[in-house]
Design a protein around this ligand. Sequence first.
Ligand code: UGA
Length: 454
Amino acid sequence: NTMQPLKVTVVGTGYVGLGTAIMLAYLGHQVTGLDVDQSKVDMLAGGELPIYEPGLDQLLRDSKDRLRWTTDYTTAIPDADVIFICVGTPPNADGSPNLRFVAEAARSIAQNLNGKVQVVVNKSTVPVGTGDWVARIIEDNAREYSSGRYLVVSNPEFLREGTALYDSLYPDRIVLGSDSSLGIERMRLLYAPLLDQSFEAPAYVPRPSNYERPELVATALSSAEMIKYAANAFLALKISFANEIAGLCERVGADISEVTQGIGHDKRIGHRFLNAGAGWGGSCFGKDTSALISTGSEYGYSMPILEAAIAVNQRQRSLIINKLQQHLHRLKGKRVAVLGMAFKPNTDDLRDAPAHDTIQRLTALGATVVAHDPIAMPRARREWQHLSYTEAESVRAAVRGADAVIIATEWDEYRELDWNALLVDMRGRLIIDTRNIITTQPDRCTLEQIGKRS
Ligand code: UGA
C-alpha cells in the first residue's frame, strides 16, 4: 500500500480549489478547505456546493469524513504538510492577471507556518516567475523560526469544467515544478494513489478503457508555470485554426467536420480540440492567451501566433450575427431564440460565453431575445442583469414565435431535439447551429452551421 495520509490545506474554494480539496480527501488525505468568504464556507460545511460540477456533490459526500471547511488561517496552516494556493487570478484591464489574492494568501500562509518543512503549492494559474515572487512574499512575512523552512512548488491544474472529476482522478500528467527535490518528493507522496496503475476512482467516474497511469513530470519551477500557459494557448490556437479553416470550407464547399476528422487521424495532430464552432470561451483560454502576450511584451517579445488565434476567435463570434443578418436582413423587431448560455455544456459557468456576446449584439441591433439553458439560467439571472432577454423554461417555449434560433451551447438535450416538431411553432424557419450538432437537416428549414455550406 503506497498510501500515506498527509495533512493538506487548500486555500481558495473556487472550481480548482474545491476540486482539489475534495479529490485529495477522496484519496485519503486529511483536508482543510479555506476561503475568506464565510458564506461559501458555511455552504460547504452544510454539505452544499457553491458551483455546479457533475459528480462533485457525490464525491463530497463520499469524502466528507476527511474534509473540513474554515475561514481561519491560524488553525488551517500550522498543521498542514502541504498548502495549496488555489485563489482566483482575475484579468486586469490590460489582460495581465491580477495577483492580489495570491499575494494575500501567501502573506496569511507565511504568518502561520510552523517552522517545520511545509510545502506551499501554487495551483492558481500565475505568470511565469510568480513562484519565486510567492517565495519572496513568504520569506518577507514568515516568522523567524519558519524562515527558509518551507518549499514552493508549482502544480498547475489541467482540469476542464464539466469533466473536473474525470480529469483530476485520471489525469494525463501531473506537473510538479520546484527547485527543491524535497518538494517534489512530498508531492509524489500526495499523489501516490493516482500514480498507482491499479487506482480505481468511484463507479460514478468510470475508468477510461485504455487507462494508463499519469506521467509525473518534474520540472524547474518556472517551466511548470510555463507548461500551464503553453498548454492552454496551444489548445486555443488549435480551435482557432479549425475555425479559420472552417471559414474557407464554407466558401469552397468543403465540410469542416470531414476535414478535421481527416486531419485528426494523423497522430501528430489528433482529433481533440479541433471542433469548429462559436469560438472558444470560458474563464481560461482568453485570460491565458492574453497573459502570455502580456508577459512577452514585458520582455519586448511579440507573439504573433497567439495574437492571430485571438483575432480569429473574435471574428468567429461576429460570424454568428453575420449569418443571421444574411437571412433576416434587419434584426430590428425580430425574435431570436438562443439555446444555451453556459460557455460549454455540463457547467453553469457563464464567463466569456459566446452566448453573452450574441445576446448583447442581438439586442443592440433591436432584436428580442428569448434564452434557454438547462442549468445556467439561475446564475444568468444574477450575473447577466445588464443584458436584456427573457428566460424560457423550455426549448419549446423559447422557440415559439421565433424568427430564428441560435444553438449557442452543445448541451446533450439540444442534440436530441425534434426539430420538425419545434419548427411548427416558429415564425421563421432559420436555425443557426453554431456547434454543428444537428446531423440531419430538418424539413423545409434553413440550417446554417459552421464550416459547412448551407
Ligand atoms: C480549459 C482547458 O481545457 C483545461 O485543460 C484547463 O485546465 C482549463 O482551461 C484551465 O485553465 O483552468 P475549460 O476552460 O474548462 O478548460 O474548458 P474547455 O473544455 O477547454 O473549453 C474551452 C472552450 O473551447 C469552450 O468555449 C469550448 O466550447 C471551446 N472548444 C473546445 C471548442 O470551440 N472546440 C473544441 O474542439 C473544444
